[in-house]
Design a protein around this ligand. Structure first.
Ligand SMILES: *Cc1c(COP(=O)(O)O)cnc(C)c1O
Length: 491
């Protein structure tokens, strides 16, 4: 039976008005993308009119195809302008130490990183089993790139206090098969800037490319420096840095679907391309993973950058930094909480120092009060933590959040820590990923209330505690199975 009320392909088309109403109704289930109450996933500058502008620009170019820049020069022009802007912000362009910088517009940070790894791998075809060296704090997208491209990942452990790798350890991890050394500016999890200068130096000494993952906060770091915040060198000003990624759909406040991958020169970029003429169809040359791609995100990003302008970003960064400092003070002001790292970018990361204050319960208590934060599991000696991505829209709300945080902490203490039923705890500790049957997962998901309800679950502490108790391979299997259960077609 087709559910005519919600089928994506109803027997008879429904009116534009009705279908838009349906989408708005569905959107009502989502976390709030605007208003500074969601500290992950979304980046809100809180600038009136910007959404409307970006949507109009998107609509202008939605049907333009990035497959062929000669057929659609509008897209080529906007892409080249975006790459130029990103290179400028990150220390490249005329009159800098990277005057020959080039780049590509990709669909997101993950695609930028996959392509940085691909370019590095394909520049060294003589290496049979290529390897990439990253700090353990590097974004998971490097692991995805390694997985997709059959490259080995060498993760360098972090110093538990500085949350950075020791440069000597990075140097030692560079084997003869290494094609790329990467680092973050800043890391997503903790917002910490890696020692880029020293890492680039050891990479260069070994004759290996060095990628700076500035996807999250590289854009803002440049502006923070201009505001007088101490920011170590992390961009093309650093000798040995061969490529940098920066997500325009993060702190450049563009709608989703735009990142830039920069290379110091065109020679370094060349192995990123894929060209194919050995078939009877059109000759194909792709700088990025997608072939057909919409001009919508590119036009929207172009409109966003031009409308906000350099002075706009400086002002948004000033507001964001004030919010970061106020949030850090709020954390310091709550007994039993501490900052995992002193903020040096636009992340505030906190943890609990009190066994009676369960961080996952705190997250739920904040959710119940309308504040959505991101829990991070304990990992390799690092404690559980809560991540806050801070954007300009948070600035007017920091006092309110401070009150909510104190109340949520009191609420979490009153509720007490999650105690998993012993059989569940034993299961998490002993189960191998192979032993996890679809039926077991379905029962588990049902018991945890994860399926068959509209909207995000309100109480996630038990699920997070279960994942936290499980070894990494089991965590991964559980995640795949849980999400696989959610992703079922509706008929
Ligand atoms: C967000 C992020 C990525 C991945 O970007 P997506 O746009 O989500 O694909 C990579 N690296 C860092 C540091 C990030 O913050």
């Amino acid at each position: 039976m087709i559910d005519e009320d919600r089928a994506a392909l109803p027997a008879h088309g429904v009116s534009a008005e009705r279908v838009l109403g349906e989408i708005r109704e569905l959107r009502g289930l989502d976390r709030p993308t605007h208003g500074g109450r969601l500290f992950a996933y979304v980046y809100d500058p809180g600038v009136a009119g910007l959404d409307e502008l970006a949507a109009a620009a998107y609509a202008e170019s939605a049907h333009v195809n990035g497959l062929d820049p000669t057929a659609f020069p509008s897209l080529l022009a906007m892409e080249n302008a975006l790459v130029g802007a990103a290179a400028r912000v990150l220390g490249g362009g005329p009159g800098t130490s990277a005057p020959e910088a080039v780049g590509s517009v990709t669909s997101g940070g993950t695609e930028s990183l996959i392509l940085a790894v691909k370019a590095a791998r394909d520049a060294r075809p003589e290496i049979d089993a290529p390897r990439v060296v990253v700090p353990a704090s590097a974004h998971a997208a490097f692991a995805k790139a390694a997985h997709y491209l059959r490259v080995e990942l060498d993760a360098v452990p972090l110093d538990p206090v500085t949350l950075r790798p020791a440069v000597a350890d990075v140097a030692a991890a560079i084997r003869p098969e290494a094609v790329l050394v990467a680092c973050s500016a800043p890391s997503y999890a903790h917002g910490v800037v890696d020692p880029v200068e020293q890492i680039a130096q050891v990479a260069a000494a070994a004759g290996v490319r060095c990628h700076v993952d500035a996807c999250f906060g590289g854009w803002t770091l440049s502006y923070l420096r201009r505001l007088g915040v101490p920011v170590p060198a992390f961009d093309f000003a650093v000798p040995g840095v061969t490529s940098i990624s920066v997500d325009l759909h993060k702190y450049a406040y563009a709608p989703k679907g735009v990142s830039v991958l920069l290379h110091r020169d065109a020679g370094l970029r060349a192995p990123q391309y894929f060209a194919y003429a050995d078939w009877p169809g059109y000759t194909m040359v792709n700088p990025v993973i997608s072939s057909t791609r919409s001009g919508g995100p590119i036009a929207a990003a172009y409109a966003t950058l031009r409308h906000l302008g350099d002075d706009g970003y400086l002002e948004l960064t000033r507001r964001t930094w004030a919010a970061v400092r106020a949030l850090a003070d709020a954390v310091r002001g709550v007994d039993g909480l501490r900052l995992v790292a002193e903020p040096e970018s636009t992340v505030v990361c906190l943890t609990s120092t009190d066994p009676d204050l369960d961080l996952f319960v705190l997250v739920d208590e904040l959710t119940a009060r309308g504040w959505h934060t991101q829990p991070q599991l304990a990992y390799a000696g690092l404690p559980r933590s809560v991540h806050l991505t801070v954007t300009a829209a948070v600035a007017p709300r920091v006092a309110e959040f401070g009150t909510a945080l104190a109340e949520a902490a009191a609420g979490a203490r009153a509720t007490g820590p999650v105690v998993l039923p012993p059989e569940l705890l034993a299961l998490a500790g002993s189960l191998t990923p192979q032993a996890l049957t679809p039926q077991l997962v379905a029962e588990l998901a049902d018991g945890l209330g994860l399926v068959g309800r509209p909207g995000p679950p309100d109480r996630m502490a038990v699920v997070n505690t279960l994942l936290d108790a499980a070894p990494v391979p089991l965590r991964e299997r559980l995640l795949v199975e849980f999400v696989g259960l959610l992703q079922r077609p509706t008929w």
